[in-house]
Write a protein that binds this ligand. Structure first.
Ligand code: ZN
Ligand code: ZN
Length: 643
């Protein structure tokens, strides 16, 4: 008999060789129907795998991250089975789960698959899923595995096998399909009910463009058709909110191949919006004692030798800028921190100068792979709302609290109400990989935990997620349609102060090392505007939106009255425009709605005679007639309250 420990601490005895699924079935059929995979002594295992010794057990379901991962990875096997069934002789590379769904890279040989074939594959997948085939695990000796795949002529699986040793090789078979895989998988294909193949793309073998181009098919699956349907509605909504689409419609930014891929250009409306965001942040930072600095876009090689970035400049990055001076090299700056360290060093510092908070909207450049570029969220040049706080160890907590205040203020003003704070600390066991003294880490980690608690943040602590140079706190923000974004990072750094030999003279007249904190509430202006655009579906808050008011004259006759309104609104610092196109009023109203302008003023005979305006609000319809003064007051209040 073996002892099985349950998550609640209960211990029960079972026959040796019993499986997680057997145990689940004994507890209830309902549970057994939901168990996708099991955690045995912390390792994720097939629920059908025999347990031969005392162990702790945890059943993982669809709700669990590892449950979903296993579900989607198993779905990749199901897709491969369907494809092999329709196109015999194709070969498979790898089929990992994704954050949402899965893909498989496939060598189709002579076959061609296009978008139009995906339906057919989905159909075959459904058919095979209904067969409710068991995922059978088989341990196999390396020689036997090599023989098997040599016979099959599968150079891809043979390549995978070269890195594997005897004792760690397993084959999984469901139905007529066998794959080399470490597992685990869900119990049977019958769990997979909602199936959608979402995209087809080319992908170089091992991501190397010198290699053969394989076909990558993406898909997503669910335990029920209902969940798939809901997801498809979500996708539709996400498409409508795509910042690349809205950015074009609202004339916020553009890209040009001639300027360079991944290098966004802000159009007037976008630039003004970005400026308002920057001013908003500058204002609060000023209140919190930040000092502005400005640094160049490039830095001498020596700067990056000191900072440690130089080692990381491989051939996959932007290459150095040469000068007429023999051997002289400059680099585009990948971060603002090294420059700020030099500013810190530009003058002797005493404990009385700390904390020193240097802020800069600093533009940095990083070479992202072509395929990784995506609108404003993945670019090659971007501007961080950066600041570096230099302080003493005992000030870390206070500084964190202040940065948290700023981030909360920003999130509130932009209607992000759903978020948690993720605190990333050292690995509990292995501490050799971290630089800086144990004592300092202890102080910093506790400071972050206490600061977050005192600010009432809803926190999640992740051990082992800290950078090698310090612990950090990230705000994980959910947008209006439930997607998770990482915004507002606050990061402690023991590395750069060491590398740059930063010091201050303490009360004891001796030299000490300051602590450095990196922080960026927005992250970068580009990414933040992208996230914000998708969050509010292009309907920016009134204080931020490019055009606050559109004036629509019912006919040309009322144009002078409209011009007069425009003049007065502009004098009151309200961003207004006139729609003076020769169009019907109905069309003007519709177009203004589509342009997501919050307010429109309709003027005609009645308004002119009464010296009033008819106000329409985006999403609220007709607000009735008002005097211009009343309307200006309304707008100013809404802007003031950042509603
Ligand atoms: Zn697998
Ligand atoms: Zn930094």
């Amino acid at each position: 008999m073996i002892n099985i420990t349950f998550p609640d601490g209960a211990i029960r005895q079972y026959e040796s060789g019993t499986t997680a699924m057997d145990i689940a079935k004994q507890i209830s059929e309902g549970l057994a129907r939901k168990v996708l995979v099991a955690q045995v002594d912390g390792d994720v295992w097939d629920a059908s795998r025999p347990i031969n010794k005392d162990a702790s057990i945890n059943f993982l379901k669809w709700e669990d991250e590892k449950g979903k991962e296993t579900f989607w990875h198993s779905s990749a096997h199901l897709m491969a089975e369907a494809i092999e069934n329709i196109y015999p002789g194709v070969k498979f590379w790898v089929g990992p789960p994704l954050e949402k769904g899965f893909y498989y890279d496939i060598d189709l040989g002579e076959n061609q698959i296009g978008e139009e074939d995906l339906k057919k594959i989905e159909g075959k997948m459904s058919e095979l899923a209904k067969q409710n085939n068991v995922f059978v695990r088989k341990e196999i000796a390396k020689d036997d595995a090599v023989q098997y795949f040599e016979k099959k002529g599968d150079e891809y699986k043979l390549d995978l096998l070269t890195n594997l040793k005897d004792g760690e090789i397993t084959l999984y078979t469901q139905g007529n399909f066998t794959d080399l895989c470490r597992g685990p998988h869900i119990p049977t294909t019958g769990f997979i009910k909602g199936i959608k193949l979402t995209a087809i793309a080319g992908a170089y073998w091992k991501g190397d463009e010198k290699n053969k181009m394989l076909t990558r098919i993406y898909g997503v699956t669910f335990p029920s058709q209902k969940e798939l349907d809901e997801y498809l509605v979500f996708l539709e909504e996400a498409k409508k909110r795509d910042h690349r689409k809205l950015g074009k419609e609202l004339e916020l930014f553009t890209f040009s191949e001639k300027v360079g891929m991944g290098l966004p250009m802000w159009l007037p409306k976008g630039a003004m919006l970005r400026e308002r965001l920057q001013n908003f942040l500058k204002k609060i930072q000023e209140e919190y004692g930040y000092l502005p600095v400005i640094t160049p876009h490039i830095g001498h090689k020596n700067l990056y030798v000191t900072s440690g970035h130089y080692e990381k400049y491989g051939k996959d990055s932007f290459q150095p800028i040469k000068t007429p001076q023999e051997g002289e090299e400059f680099f585009l700056k990948p971060m603002n921190c090294p420059h700020h360290c030099e500013i810190y060093k530009s003058s002797p510092r005493s404990y009385k100068d700390l904390p020193l908070r240097l802020a800069e909207f600093g533009t940095v450049y990083r070479y992202e792979q072509h395929g990784e570029l995506h609108g404003l969220t993945r670019v090659r040049g971007f501007t961080q709302d950066d600041a570096h706080l230099f302080c003493m160890s005992h000030q870390v907590k206070e500084e964190f609290k202040k940065v948290i205040d700023i981030v909360l203020y920003v999130l509130k003003a932009l209607n992000f109400t759903n978020f948690t704070a993720q605190i990333s600390l050292r690995d509990k066991e292995d501490r050799s990989k971290y630089i800086g003294s144990d004592e300092n880490w202890e102080i910093a980690e506790n400071s972050i935990i206490e600061a977050a608690a005192e600010k009432g943040l809803n926190t999640v602590v992740e051990y082992g997620e800290a950078a090698f140079y310090g612990p950090k706190l990230d705000f994980m923000v959910r947008d209006a349609i439930g997607r998770k974004w990482q915004l507002g990072t606050i990061q402690v750094d023991y590395n750069l102060p060491e590398r740059f030999d930063l010091t201050y003279i303490g009360e004891d007249n001796a030299k000490h090392r300051p602590v450095m904190i990196h922080r960026a509430p927005f992250g970068s202006m580009e990414r933040f505007v992208a996230v914000l655009t998708e969050h509010c579906a292009g309907k920016f808050p009134l204080w931020l939106t490019p055009v606050q008011v559109k004036i629509l004259a019912i006919s040309e006759k009322f144009q002078p009255y409209a011009e007069n309104l425009l003049f007065k609104l502009k004098n009151a610092d309200i961003r207004a425009e006139i729609d003076d196109r020769n169009e019907k009023i109905g069309k003007k109203i519709r177009d203004t709605e589509l342009a997501k302008v919050p307010y429109m003023l309709v003027v005609g005979e009645k308004e002119v005679n009464e010296e009033k305006i008819s106000v329409r609000k985006q999403g609220h319809g007709d607000l009735g007639s008002q005097t211009l003064e009343e309307f200006i007051k309304l707008i100013n209040e809404e802007v003031e309250n950042k509603q």
